[in-house]
Write a protein that binds this ligand. Structure first.
Ligand code: ADP
Ligand code: MG
Length: 560
């Protein structure tokens, strides 16, 4: 007896709904995308109880005539695809013809629609996929009301979360659609309260401002890039505007919100060396790609895409964001480069001198003396034994000398220049654990790149014959053991092996917290730091220097 049966259409739609309609926010997404495809300029979304009771999406788009209004609930009914070749040249948000039949099979729907030119419109009511009623109803544009989602699939209904959680997902969905469709106005009302209202805008910049506010936008940098078949406008973290969560990260491909690990990774990579541990950049990437070079038909809810050449897309993103980050860092570094060099020709007066000037001296004399004292006798001061305060042009710079030194050495190690590696007159020995010993010998070449010549001395002992200058006083066992644990742990996803190793070793060779630098060393450190590629953060992401402009100080003293 045959075992195989063709499933009835109703069950087929329910199965399709399982893939596309996960929760109320999925319905909101599908309906909004239909409104977008219909050329709307105003989309209004109303929800009750986080969309569990009601979702209504109304638009001022092209609408449907009577025939289409009845056909749109059939499976695989679409106006957006005609032939197979269209599948690789998709310019609309929808194309599968699955959303409406899926939604209709698991809810109660009321559709009211009409084309603009016609006086006639139609209202259609459907429950569980079956048409219950049709009526004439003059209207222009389309309104689709979805009630009691999953009323006929209790098992799915059980999985719905609290009203607050479902609403959160709906807001997230509307936000994403609104971000990439700035020429459309969006309004979202939840339980009759206005939750979001963004009128149509001129572009992504204005849209980000409408949604998140001006201050948020000021914390971002804009970058534009273009190459054959690929174009991007992006807004990414400026300065140290990093977040503790990944919540402000958006990728849009041809205006579709998608998730893509490799593209995210390309952005993280652009912040390498300045991104503190456990912090995340903000990014909004609006990528436009030739539709022939991307396949949108990968994920039922279209959350993922497949690129013809993913690597080149990632490279493009990394380059554009990386250049923007670098440009901003260079601008920032300029103000430090202008730090006046300490004037050694002047004797150092008693540091209390400027402040003991008689208060009744003529104004000009006082200010002149104070100014001299500020520049010449106080090129820097130590605050505690780690922080150095330096007067720079137009403000005050605080430097963590340990972190600064780490940054300088890290970059020296990475580039392998100015390491001044010397053969030791008395080679040093280090006894290691068995694991450390074998991994160090396996990776001897990597250490050699850093000017460390280490050889097998038998019995789990390594002999070190040359060392770079900066490591000559370091605890060599500590260095090797730390290097070994880095080799054993493997590389963190946003760093290369060489970078991880350089960061570990730079930490050992840096000035320890207790060492107080003299005038010459401080000047050299400031100059060396200014030369580095990322002067503001140590390789572990801690700040190396913090700058207060006179303006900042004025604000702090409430003079502004
Ligand atoms: P798809 O969007 O993949 O074509 P849907 O099931 O979402 O499939 O919609 C089916 C069809 O119904 C669409 O192709 C479109 O012609 C029509 N339609 C749906 N929503 C609207 C709307 N808001 N305005 C005008 N036409 C619509
Ligand atoms: Mg659709």
């Amino acid at each position: 007896m045959p075992q195989i049966k063709i499933l009835p259409p109703d069950l087929r739609n329910k199965i399709a709904a399982g893939e596309v309609i996960e929760r109320p926010a999925s319905v909101v997404k599908e309906l909004i995308e239909n409104s977008i495809d219909a050329g709307s300029s105003d989309i209004r979304i109303d929800v009750l109880y986080g969309g569990k009771r009601l979702i209504r999406v109304a638009d001022d788009g092209i609408g449907m005539d009577r025939e289409d209004a009845l056909l749109c609930f059939e499976s695989h009914a679409t106006s957006k695809l005609a032939a197979e070749e269209d599948l690789f040249n998709i310019k609309t948000m929808g194309f599968r013809g699955e959303a409406l039949p899926s939604i209709a099979s698991v809810s109660k729907i009321k559709l009211v629609t009409g084309v603009k030119a016609s006086r006639f419109g139609i209202a259609v009511e459907i429950a569980g996929g079956k048409i219950k009623e049709t009526k004439d109803s003059p209207s222009a544009g389309t309104s689709i009301e979805v009630r009691d989602l999953f009323f006929n699939i209790p098992a799915r209904k059980k999985f719905l979360k609290s009203t607050g959680t479902e609403l959160f997902h709906i807001i997230d969905t509307v936000t994403k659609e609104a971000l990439s469709h700035w020429e459309i106005g969006f309004r979202l009302n939840s339980d009759d309260r206005e939750t979001m209202n963004v009128p149509l805008s001129s572009g992504p910049r204005e849209r980000i401002m409408q949604i998140y506010g001006e201050e948020f936008l000021n914390g971002l940098m804009e970058a534009r890039a273009e190459t054959t078949g690929l174009k991007m406008i992006s807004y990414v973290t400026k300065g140290d505007n990093f977040r503790g969560m990944r919540s402000h990260q958006f990728i849009f491909i041809n205006r579709r919100p998608i998730k893509d690990q490799s593209i995210s990774h390309a952005v993280y990579h652009a912040f390498e060396g300045i991104l503190p541990r456990d912090r995340h950049p903000i990014f909004f990437l609006f990528i436009d790609i030739d539709p022939h070079r991307v396949d949108f038909n990968v994920h039922p809810a279209k959350r993922e895409v497949r690129f013809e050449d993913k690597e080149s897309v990632c490279r493009f993103v990394n380059k554009s964001v990386g250049e923007t980050v670098k440009r901003e860092r260079t601008e920032y570094a300029k103000q430090f480069a202008e730090t006046p060099a300490p004037d050694y020709s002047r004797p150092f007066p008693d540091s209390s001198a400027p402040f003991s000037l008689p208060l009744n001296s003529p104004g000009s004399v006082v200010s002149e003396n104070l100014e001299l004292a500020y520049k010449a006798s106080l090129p820097f001061i130590y605050l505690g034994d780690t922080f150095i305060a330096v007067s720079g042009k137009g403000g005050l710079t605080l430097i963590d000398h340990h972190a600064a030194h780490e940054r300088v050495l890290y970059e020296k190690f990475l580039r392998g220049i100015n390491l001044n590696s010397h053969v030791l007159l008395f080679p040093k020995q280090a006894k290691l654990s068995h694991k450390e010993y074998s991994v160090i010998l396996e990776n001897a070449q990597a250490l050699r790149d850093f000017g460390i010549e280490a050889e097998d001395f038998g019995h789990e002992t390594v002999i070190v014959r040359s060392l770079p200058d900066v490591l000559k006083d370091a605890d060599i066992r500590g260095v090797l053991s730390d290097a070994a644990s880095c080799m054993l742990e493997g590389v963190s996803p946003d760093k290369s092996f060489k970078e991880s190793l350089a960061a570990r070793i730079a930490c050992h060779s840096s000035v320890r917290g207790k060492d107080i630098l003299n005038q010459e060393e401080v000047s050299a450190l400031i100059a060396d730091l200014a030369q580095t590629e990322h002067p503001d953060q140590c390789p572990h992401g801690r700040p190396t220097r913090i700058f207060f402009s006179v303006d900042d100080l004025k604000k702090m003293f409430k003079r502004k």
